[in-house]
Ligand binder design. Structure first.
Ligand code: HEM
Length: 121
């Protein structure tokens, strides 16, 4: 006789999670996707795979080449309403940037900015 707790009883296995866990990508990995036929960008710490979107981007593909594999947040906000991104998240978002790396990048940038603003005196 088989008990309900038997490993063979598939009905007792956990149901699949509704949302898969967020994938975390290192900057070095994102940077490799830097061509229009394989393009990832970072917007607000999230990673987007635009490979299948380039040809239908209303702003064209050429402008995306400049941010391929990089942080495109500034440029994205320059040309679109920031809220626009939420309409594309389900389709294009593949994960997030590894946190320490993005924080480290920001703080380095801030130090350089401070340095620059005090330079030349
Ligand atoms: C997830 C990434 C992106 C999505 C989903 C997206 C989507 C769109 C959409 C829907 C439009 C039509 C206008 C609008 O509704 O605002 C547009 C226009 C445009 N986009 Fe993007 N875009 C993305 C990334 C970028 C990036 C990274 C750049 C620049 C480097 C860029 C540059 C432009 C430009 C120049 C236009 C034309 C604006 C105009 O005609 O006034 N886009 N984009």
């Amino acid at each position: 006789m088989e008990y309900a707790t038997s490993p063979k009883d598939k009905s007792l296995e956990s149901p699949p999670l509704q949302e898969p866990p967020t994938k975390i990508y290192a900057l070095s990995e994102i940077a490799q996707h830097n061509r229009l036929d394989d393009i990832w960008v970072i917007i607000d710490g999230n990673v987007y795979d635009l490979t299948n979107f380039v040809s239908e981007h209303p702003g064209g593909g050429k402008i995306l080449q400049g941010v391929a594999g990089k942080d495109a947040t500034k440029k994205f906000n320059k040309y679109h309403r920031p809220a626009l991104i939420s309409r594309y998240e389900a389709r294009l978002k593949i994960g997030q940037v590894q946190l320490e790396q993005s924080v480290e990048k920001k703080s380095k940038f801030r130090i350089r900015l401070n340095f620059a603003s005090h330079g030349g005196r």
